[in-house]
Ligand binder design. Structure first.
Ligand SMILES: NC(=O)c1ccc[n+]([C@@H]2O[C@H](COP(=O)([O-])OP(=O)(O)OC[C@H]3O[C@@H](n4cnc5c(N)ncnc54)[C@H](O)[C@@H]3O)[C@@H](O)[C@H]2O)c1
Ligand SMILES: O=C(O)[C@H](O)COP(=O)(O)O
Length: 626
């Protein structure tokens, strides 16, 4: 979205800045020009927020009294106002969640879409909700053409979502990590007991008219050792239940707190110790590059002969061919599997057909209770994200608590405007590589969460000079991709701690400036701002103190400090119908040099700017678009 004001700013350097000692250079940096937009929303990049804010409590209230039916294909209601968000639900979701979503936006339920159909639909959707059966890959984000703001995974595992691509496209990914924990743990225990007593095989045999009491003698659980691999939410619930069955439980999890394990009487051990001492091994780790095929020929070789394996985590943590070999050789006596590398697995899968294997079709989360819970959990997360709230279940963005978000609100505006000013002060061709941000605060550094401010500074620096749309999700990634290094320092100062930030200073090194006075004695472009009575102010430019509210646009003007300058420049602006909203003068010494900072509501035309440049005492000036 290129605005004409931004274009004229960047393509008319002669009239936007003027420097007697060093004539202005070419337009800013070498990136394409783009929009000038301001937005507090951490996900939306344009200033038009498509969603109306509805507090979640009132959404829930609406849901309770709603009569809406669940339908499998619910095209957007044409009577809905156009600015409602469109939410595509691509896999079956519990009714309570659907109702909550419908009370907020246009909901289309389209299950079993082919990858092509999903890509075709996605460019008209603001949010997408899936379970484990839909691959949300890079093609989906590309096809979304920037509209998709949030992907909601109605469950825990996010291995079917390309998080890197989501981040690059500035799309938030949220999941529903808690509502199906018990269901998955109960399914793990169901598989453990069913496998130990051959329930599935005996059931099939009996229904086939046989009576095979000797063939299906099982093994007992009491006193046996169970290794829980991955001691997270599901793993620890499985451990708790297995202890109730009289099993010895050990666990392996490199990241689990020892205290939590100790509290339920579980010993955390190494990977090798866990798999070599266990009679039963239950898998509960996520599928990641590190855990992919971690159960393979080598590791099966380390296990006790005749071990029994349960997997309700992800098929990909097991090398399935190796498991077939281990089952054939008897190294693994039995396996009970809910999840597979490919889902559904091929009909002739040797693993699925193996006589010592019990299988279910990824049913771990499939209880009525869990599905309703997951649906509500994901609907709340998606609605919250579309409303600009940062979800507690965000997977690819820093989580910022709502109270932090609200107290930082005015500083977020300040941060973006300072970033925007800093980039415009840099002379064309300089190329910004290194930016240092200094936060002065009355709070100890650990008490100041600056991730949101850093993201907004990045947005301010990059958006005016590129096509990128920056939000909290992709700010760090985009900065890195452009070779822009943003370092931060927090300094404790004597200021009231009830305000999170006293001042924000942005320093850009190794660049020329189109306004030489913005360069400090140490040769860096530096500006500083503060929030005063809730309004962002520019308080320092280079070595000059100024005080101008950051609203509208800004003219910085360096002149010889002499009487009548404010009147002269003010007159030129007034004669040309440019309204001055704020003005301040900062000087180094009486009757030496001064900087005049003038806030203007309108963008002065070229002629007006030329007239300011022609005032004899004016040494340099720059027009900056906020
Ligand atoms: N079958 C189902 O329907 C179903 C239902 C729910 C969850 N799941 C799957 O179960 C798994 C666990 O879910 P959760 O909710 O407990 O997640 P969780 O994040 O609470 O727990 C995962 C645990 O695995 C640990 N871990 C990570 N890498 C590990 C490694 N290399 N070795 C050992 N442990 C490692 C983590 O530290 C964490 O404690 C996920 O893969 C999830 O997708 C499946
Ligand atoms: O990771 C999960 O939450 C489970 O595997 C459940 O997946 P599902 O939503 O496809 O049942």
């Amino acid at each position: 979205m290129a605005s004409s004001s931004a274009k004229s700013l960047f393509t008319s350097p002669h009239f936007t800045s003027f420097n007697r000692s060093s004539p202005s250079k070419s337009p800013l940096l070498s990136f394409p020009n783009s929009s000038v937009s301001l937005n507090l929303h951490p996900l939306h990049s344009s200033s038009s927020n498509r969603c109306n804010f509805i507090p979640l409590r009132s959404v829930l209230k609406t849901v309770e009294s709603s009569e809406l039916e669940v339908q499998t294909s619910d095209l957007p209601d044409p009577t809905f106002p156009n600015d409602r968000s469109t939410i595509l639900v691509a896999e079956k979701l519990g009714e309570a969640g659907l109702k909550l979503l419908r009370s907020f936006g246009n909901v289309e339920c389209a299950y079993d879409l082919s990858p092509e159909d999903l890509c075709a639909k996605i460019s008209s959707c603001d949010a997408l909700i899936v379970r484990s059966g839909t691959k949300v890959n890079r093609q989906v984000f590309e096809a979304a053409k920037g509209r998709l703001k949030v992907v909601g995974r109605a469950g825990v595992g996010i291995d079917n979502v390309d998080l890197q691509a989501a981040t690059e496209f500035g799309c938030l990914v949220v999941n529903a990590p808690t509502a199906n924990t018990i269901a998955a743990a109960e399914h793990g225990i169901a598989l453990l007991t069913a496998m130990a007593r051959n329930v599935a095989q005996a059931d099939a045999s009996t229904k086939a008219g046989k009576w095979e009491r000797n063939k299906y003698v099982g093994v007992s659980l009491v006193g046996k050792t169970l290794a829980v691999m991955g001691f997270g939410k599901v793993g620890s619930e499985v451990a708790r239940r297995a202890k109730g069955l009289g099993m010895q439980v050990i666990a392996h999890d490199p990241y689990a707190p020892v205290d939590r394990a100790r509290a339920i009487g579980v010993e955390l051990v190494s990977f090798n110790q866990a798999i070599s001492t266990a009679d039963f091994i239950s898998l509960h780790m996520p599928l990641t590059p590190t855990t992919s095929k971690v159960f393979n020929d080598d590791t099966f070789g380390l296990m006790k002969k005749g071990v029994r394996l349960i997997n309700v985590a992800r098929g990909g943590v097991i090398d399935e061919d190796a498991l077939v070999r281990a089952l054939d050789s008897g190294a693994v006596a039995q396996a009970a599997l809910d999840v597979f590398v490919e889902e559904p697995p091929p009909k002739d899968s040797k693993l699925v057909q193996h006589k010592n294997v019990t299988v279910t079709p990824h049913l771990g989360a499939s209880t009525k209770e869990a599905q309703e819970g997951v649906a509500i959990e994901i609907a709340e997360a998606v609605v919250g994200a579309l409303n600009g709230e940062l979800s507690a279940t965000a997977v690819n963005a820093p989580m910022v608590a709502p109270e932090v978000l609200s107290e930082l609100a005015p500083y977020v505006v300040l941060a973006e405007k300072l970033g925007r000013l800093a980039v415009q002060l840099v002379a064309g061709g300089s190329g910004i590589k290194s930016v240092k941000v200094l936060y002065r605060s009355g709070r100890v550094p650990d008490d100041l969460d600056t991730r949101l401010l850093r993201a907004m500074i990045t947005k301010g620096i990059i958006e005016p000079i590129s096509d990128s749309h920056i939000n909290l999700v992709n700010a760090d990634f985009t900065a890195k991709q452009r070779g822009l290094r943003i370092s931060e320092e927090r300094v404790l100062v004597d200021a009231p701690p009830e305000f999170p930030v006293e001042s924000i200073q942005i320093m850009v090194s190794n660049v020329d400036s189109k306004f030489a006075s913005a360069i400090t004695e140490s040769g860096i472009v530096a500006i500083e701002g503060k929030v005063k009575y809730g309004v962002p102010h520019l308080t320092r430019v280079g070595s000059f103190d100024v005080d101008v509210s950051l609203e509208g646009n800004l003219i910085l003007c360096r002149q010889l400090d002499q009487p009548g300058m404010i009147g002269r420049v003010g007159n030129i602006l007034g004669e040309n119908n440019v309204n001055v909203n704020f003005m301040s003068v900062g000087r180094t010494m009486r009757r030496k040099r001064a900087i005049m900072a003038i806030g203007v509501d309108e963008e002065p035309n070229k002629d007006t700017l030329r007239k300011i440049g022609q005032v004899p005492a004016v040494e340099e000036f720059v027009f900056l678009n906020l």
